[in-house]
Ligand binder design. Structure first.
Ligand SMILES: [Zn+2]
Length: 279
């Protein structure tokens, strides 16, 4: 098969560095109908996202979140993995991808059959009680919201990346908030909001896995948030080369050994088809 020149360079790089850690961001889920947070320059494409502290402190913020999430969740719940997720899963089966860390909260890597995935920023298909720690299914909360907030059904909305949606005004006043079925405590989607922190044990595990790999491959992320950029810094400090498939600028551009400025799906598909399975 004829490969794009930059894809051929990446394939040759992988043949020399076959044990990969892959780090994925919103760019990989875009063609599954989940829009990205940032445009090609790394600037925000939408209004500021929910802040962790405000969510816990302010019932009005929680009302806004759950109203938007009620409208946005069906889009995330029904999203299917695209050929980029499938190609990465194939590259795992071919023994190139040792570990995968994703900034995405949509579970599309798992839906694509990927085995070893760390959800760095949590998972949107769960909620967690901030008082007793109970985990519940987001789908159950959706049913509860539907039963208690039927007035939201008539509002039109715009989709946002975190299963969120823009909702205006007065409907929020009447909004009924869901709570923990065990202790009636405050529940939060089981994801890391801005201003929240990633579990330190998860970060240590990623560092440990990364040190066992030959290279770090970044896919569809601008690396603007420190929680993912730190892995590039770690790799760089430990002489682990970093390569990237991303159509826009990234915060780690000066650390990269190679960058492919093509779409994730076409590039990964060509890689998976052109790399021989490792024995
Ligand atoms: Zn609880």
């Amino acid at each position: 098969m004829t490969l794009e020149p930059s894809v051929r360079l990446l394939r040759d790089f992988i043949l020399e560095h076959p044990r990969l850690m892959v780090l994925t961001g919103a760019g990989i889920s875009q063609s599954s109908g989940i829009p990205t947070y940032r445009d090609a320059t790394g600037a925000w494409t939408s209004s500021q996202p929910i802040q962790h502290g405000e969510f816990l402190r302010d019932a009005a913020v929680r009302k806004r979140y759950w109203a938007r999430s009620y409208k946005g969740w069906p889009n995330v719940a029904s999203a299917r993995p695209n050929s980029a997720h499938l190609a990465l899963s194939q590259l795992e089966a071919q023994a190139y991808v040792q570990y995968l860390v994703t900034q995405n909260i949509d579970r599309l890597h798992q839906k694509a059959g990927h085995q070893r995935v760390i959800d760095l920023h949590g998972r949107l298909d769960q909620v967690v009680c901030m008082d007793c720690g109970e985990i519940a299914a987001r789908a159950d909360i959706q049913q509860w919201l539907a039963a208690h907030n039927s007035h939201l059904d008539h509002l039109s909305v715009t989709q946002r990346p975190d299963g969120d949606a823009e909702i205006e005004g007065a409907a929020l006043e009447e909004m009924q908030l869901p709570s923990c079925v065990h202790c009636s405590g405050l529940i939060k989607p089981n994801v890391v909001f801005y201003g929240g922190s990633v579990d330190k044990k998860i970060i240590s595990r990623v560092f440990e896995q990364l040190s066992q790999c030959d290279a770090l491959l970044v896919v569809g992320s601008s690396l603007m948030v420190y929680s993912s950029y730190r892995f590039c810094k770690f790799a760089h400090d430990h002489d682990i080369p970093i390569v990237c498939i991303n159509q826009g600028l990234t915060r780690a551009d000066e650390l990269l050994s190679l960058k492919v400025l093509l779409g994730c799906a076409e590039t990964l598909k060509q890689l998976a088809e052109s790399l021989p399975a490792r024995g």
